[in-house]
Ligand binder design. Structure first.
Ligand SMILES: [Zn+2]
Length: 595
């Protein structure tokens, strides 16, 4: 049922473009607004790296530091897939690294705590699979400890003295005589529609890392597992997807040995790679997939998630498998400064036009339609529902921002070529601006634990800007990457508290999501204010400025698009007409079933 494509992830890397970020204003921004300028807001961000159970001699300090970036300037990731830059986000972070090694007393207490809260059990399916490898250097013997991941995060954040900035904690229990084989779990959130508890039920959700619940800390423990999510139980096969490239993953700590999976001298570099390509790029200071400010309501307007439930299975009712109050609660908690509405309209049964479009998009009905302009039937979802927007999205207030969601309650057979797909947050197929959300549920999916609510929150999270914690952008290298080949280990970013991961362990947005979104919005709104102020000052009728509706249709009227009487201001996105380009959305958008 997997629909991951590692080949496509590699293509994303190749196609990524390097964009010159405008030279930041070096001056401090104490002068307040700067009319007409795009200001780059710089922030010093401490990144603490704490080693527990590692000896100072285990880590080559310089080799580790050499892997880390000095800075990060986030970009809007989607427009570059069309070869055009996204909006200048006006942000730049300067990192300040602090490395420290905890002493024997701290370690003794910490591992004592781990032993105390751990629950003994048999080795996981994947630990046993590791034992069955030809090249494993040891066997994981039971009983192993199942340790609650959020509790460990909480313990660490309390006992590390709450340092400023972000913290990566590298844990190595294996070095000590009191070592126990162990995995981390998160079992406190079941799917709100099906009640299925992925964290409790599935061996694939037993982890080696966690963070971002209520702290700015992420721990990563190579003495835990081996685990499924980064496939580090597999020490026999370098190339997991058979595409001819090694899928680079960090093995358990005891495999860093002569005759092991990885040379011991690679450890410092490996932990550096995890710090940079997971901790920093994907969790602490990530880049948004879509421009969050595109979804800003006008003054006085709400953010609205409008779900059209399209009933395409006579034997079940999709509305039984979505909880709009749950959806709303996640967003009001995430961005409490907006007014939120979540509305649901049931099309029972699905209307014939929408059904025809759905059959075309899933390759069950070979007919020409609007998709032909895009050379792929997958475009039928976007083009049909965009052309017929007024039939499905009611008139809300002009000031509102409406995210349109199309939820297909259907059957396994009707999913056709899209079998295994839970949903995706589509763009406009022109310049990488978010458009509509499409999501799917069936009796088969529900028997695997998936209702509509989690998919709705996840896809809306993309629509409002957020990336996955397993794919992202490296600012200094200037490339986009996903969890494949050289960056296979990026899957470990999923082992963090966010609904944007694929693990189905968290139903809400986490600390890292909030930090990133707030920075995007802070810089965005300030630069909008600068632009607005510049327009006002440049206008001969500046004194008569007032808010107007500028009559643009199909384009969000921004709170900053006010105009002086007699002149019209146009949003930056409209100024340069982007070249029309036809691309399938990046595969990183698709939300697949995951075993
Ligand atoms: Zn997703």
């Amino acid at each position: 049922m997997k629909k991951r494509s590692f080949t496509l992830f590699s293509i994303l890397i190749i196609l990524s473009l390097i964009f010159a970020i405008p030279v930041s204003a070096k001056e401090k921004n104490e002068g307040g607004l700067r009319p007409g300028e795009i200001v780059t807001f710089e922030q010093k961000i401490p990144v603490n790296v704490v080693f527990i159970g590692y000896d100072k001699n285990d880590i080559e300090r310089q080799a580790f530091l050499d892997t880390l970036p000095a800075t990060y300037a986030p970009i809007v990731r989607y427009p570059p897939f069309y070869g055009i830059p996204g909006r200048d986000m006006g942000l730049k972070f300067n990192f300040e690294y602090n490395l420290s090694f905890k002493n024997a007393e701290f370690s003794r207490k910490f591992f004592n705590y781990m032993k105390g809260i751990g629950v003994s059990g048999d080795p996981t399916f994947f630990q046993t699979a590791y034992n069955d490898q030809v090249n494993n250097v040891l066997d994981v013997n039971g009983p192993v400890l199942y340790i609650d991941a959020p509790s460990v995060e909480n313990y660490l954040s309390k006992n590390l003295g709450n340092p400023k900035g972000y913290t990566v904690v590298f844990v190595n229990w294996y070095s000590r005589p009191d070592f126990r084989f162990h995995v981390y779990t998160k079992t406190d959130e079941a799917d709100p529609d099906t009640g299925y508890n992925f964290g409790a039920e599935r061996p694939s959700r037993k982890m080696i890392a966690w963070g971002g619940s209520n702290s700015r800390l992420w721990f990563y423990d190579l003495s835990a597992g081996p685990e499924a999510w980064t496939n580090n139980w597999n020490v026999d096969n370098l190339d997991l997807d058979g595409n001819g490239f090694e899928d680079y993953r960090m093995p358990p700590i005891w495999e860093y040995s002569s005759g092991g999976f990885r040379d011991p001298s690679a450890l410092s570099n490996d932990l550096g790679l995890v710090t940079r390509f997971v901790g920093i790029n994907l969790l602490f200071t990530s880049s948004p997939l879509y421009d969050p400010l595109v979804t800003a309501p006008e003054a006085g307007g709400d953010k609205i998630i409008h779900v059209n439930m399209l009933e395409d299975d006579p034997a079940s009712l999709g509305t039984d498998w979505i909880n709009m109050a749950e959806v709303r609660s996640r967003f009001t908690k995430f961005e409490p400064y907006y007014g939120w509405q979540t509305n649901l309209v049931d099309f029972n049964p699905i209307d014939t036009n929408a059904q025809r479009a759905f059959r075309i998009a899933t390759d069950l009905l070979p007919e020409d339609d609007c998709w032909n302009d895009y050379f792929t039937t997958f475009a039928e979802f976007f083009c049909y529902f965009d052309q017929n927007r007024t039939a499905y999205i009611p008139d809300y207030n002009d000031a509102d921002y409406v995210a349109g969601v199309y939820a297909f309650n259907t059957t396994a057979d009707n999913l056709g070529s899209q079998s295994g797909l839970l949903g995706f947050a589509d763009d406009n197929w022109v310049d990488g601006t978010q458009s509509y959300i499409f999501e799917f549920d069936t009796e088969d999916y529900r028997s695997s634990g998936y209702g509509f609510s989690i998919t709705t929150i996840h896809e809306a999270g993309h629509h409002f800007g957020l990336s996955h914690p397993h794919d992202g952008y490296d600012s200094e290298y200037g490339f986009d990457y996903g969890p494949g080949d050289d960056f296979y280990f990026a899957w470990s970013g999923d082992e963090s508290n966010t609904i944007m991961h694929y693990m189905d362990l968290s139903t809400d947005f986490g600390q890292f999501d909030q930090d990133n979104m707030y920075r995007y919005e802070m810089a965005g709104y300030l630069n909008w204010s600068n632009e607005l102020l510049g327009s006002i000052l440049a206008d001969p009728n500046a004194k008569s400025v007032k808010k107007i509706s500028n009559g643009l249709t199909n384009t969000r009227i921004k709170p900053w698009i006010v105009s002086t009487v007699g002149s019209t201001s146009t949003p930056p996105a409209m100024r340069a007409a982007p070249t029309r380009s036809f691309r399938r959305p990046p595969v990183s958008l698709a939300y697949p079933l995951h075993p």
